[in-house]
Design a protein around this ligand. Structure first.
Ligand code: FAD
Length: 399
């Protein structure tokens, strides 16, 4: 492959923040909010012009459950606040009435605490929430490099309409979904081996009814597949290659068009293709390989360093305590992750990548980032105390 030498250049160091959050998906929103509430100066960098990431511009509008499917709520604080914020002006679908109106345990057992929200409304409401809490938001701004010195990120280098420049930082939260900042800074990462099947979700209006069409459901981990399923040879996508992502996007568009024409035929004033995703709908890509990788077999396990709990959206019962060590590595001391790129095994990823988990890990990562610039030395007891004061329940035994 031929190469060219890029000229080196001096760039402006614009401003410094206590905490820089890279990526404004649900994890980034939760992290930024959490850090700001702890009194940190916070900058959120988002390459698109909308908050929410996959949940909004990816049209993944189902805020999966905060409960265990057996009537017990397991995820609290910002995870619940963001769910409620997303439906402030109404619920698109899946009204969890017993949870919102104080139902009985029996009623809650029959209904999971999940909602389908409106993507556009949600993006605007999250933006207002962050602004109200003093977070600076830079849209249209991609993190493209980092300046590392003595195992710490000293500055984050960005590109946007104004060109290329840097922001100084004390700590960084990687909420890019693909562990981009881990990769750029030399922290350990791993890739999702199985690859992703094509998803082509879109919104449509048919005779005045607005609805979501979900083409391409979640795959199951290889180890749970029966023989026939193992022979599934659908095209898979890894998600960290620009050519492949463009191809995937074009294939998804082709699917959407075909499906829309087949079912609705045309567009007119009552029938329309309402929206398509403006971010690639890819589930698992690259993640941190941190101090601990939690596995899906570790349900109901007590973790002394838990930062909160999450459930399994796929079935009632399992509860996972999430250890702090899943959020950081040891190579880059002031870098922490949240959301779908935290440190888990391939099999756990199907549980941990969903919206409530992004919010739970986002809150802990943002708070930790406001407290320290060395995550290996943080006082976990102090972090846990602050989380508990906010309403987080850390251990299953305390439910
Ligand atoms: C098809 C599909 C269906 C799904 N179904 C559900 C579901 O029903 N319910 C559910 O709860 N979950 C579902 N998920 C999973 C869930 O939507 C996502 O995993 C979750 O929203 C991820 O949040 P995040 O904040 O970690 O990452 P993302 O939403 O990916 O956000 C990352 C953000 O970072 C920005 N970014 C990335 N790189 C940079 C950079 N270098 N500089 C600046 N900004 C950057 C991106 O633009 C984006 O806004 C689904 C996912 C897919 C793909």
């Amino acid at each position: 492959m031929p190469t060219i030498k890029e000229p080196s250049r001096e760039i402006e160091l614009k401003k410094s923040y206590d905490v820089i959050v890279a990526g404004g998906g649900v994890a980034g929103v939760a992290s930024a909010l959490s850090a700001a509430r702890e009194g940190a100066s916070v900058l959120l960098l988002e390459r698109s012009y909308m908050l929410g990431g996959l949940a909004t511009s990816g049209l993944v509008t189902i805020y999966l459950p905060l409960c265990d499917g057996e009537g017990r709520q397991v995820s609290y604080s910002i995870a619940e606040e963001l769910l409620l914020e997303s439906i402030k002006y109404g619920i698109e679908d899946k009204e969890p009435t017993p949870w919102l109106n104080g139902g009985t345990l029996e009623e809650k057992k029959k209904c999971r605490y999940e909602v389908r929200f409106n993507a556009n409304m949600c993006a605007i409401l999250y933006e207002q929430l962050l602004k109200k809490n003093g977070v600076d938001i830079m849209y249209g701004t991609s993190v493209c490099s980092v300046k590392v010195s003595r195992q710490k990120i000293k500055a984050v280098i960005v590109e946007n309409k104004s060109g290329r420049y840097a922001y100084g930082c004390r700590s960084v939260v990687d909420c890019t979904g693909d562990a981009d900042i881990c990769k750029l800074s030399g922290e350990e990462t791993s890739l999702f081996k199985q690859g992703n099947v094509l998803a082509s979700w879109y919104y449509f209006v048919d005779k005045g009814k607005y609805d979501l069409c979900m083409l391409g459901f979640s795959d199951i981990p290889d180890k749970y597949k029966k023989n026939a399923e193992k022979e599934d040879n659908r095209r898979r996508y890894g998600g960290v290659d620009a050519d492949e992502l463009s191809e995937m996007t074009i294939n998804a568009h082709e699917n959407i068009l075909q499906n829309y024409v087949e079912h609705h035929g045309k567009c007119d004033k009552d029938t329309a293709m309402a929206s398509i995703a403006t971010t690639p709908q890819i589930r698992m890509t690259r993640r941190l390989k941190g101090l601990y990788e939690i596995d899906d077999t570790e349900m109901h396990k007590f973790f002394k360093n838990s930062i909160g709990m999450v459930s399994d959206w796929r079935k009632p019962g399992p509860i996972y305590e999430m250890p702090f060590e899943c959020l950081h590595g040891e190579k880059i001391k002031n870098l922490i992750t949240a959301g779908r790129c935290i440190s888990v095994t391939d099999d756990m990823w199907d549980v941990s990548r969903v919206i409530p988990v992004c919010a739970v890990t986002g809150e802990a990562a943002g708070l930790a980032a406001a407290m320290t610039d060395n995550f290996c030395n943080i006082s976990i007891t102090k972090l846990q105390k602050k989380l508990v004061n906010r309403g987080v329940i850390l251990h299953e035994k305390d439910l």
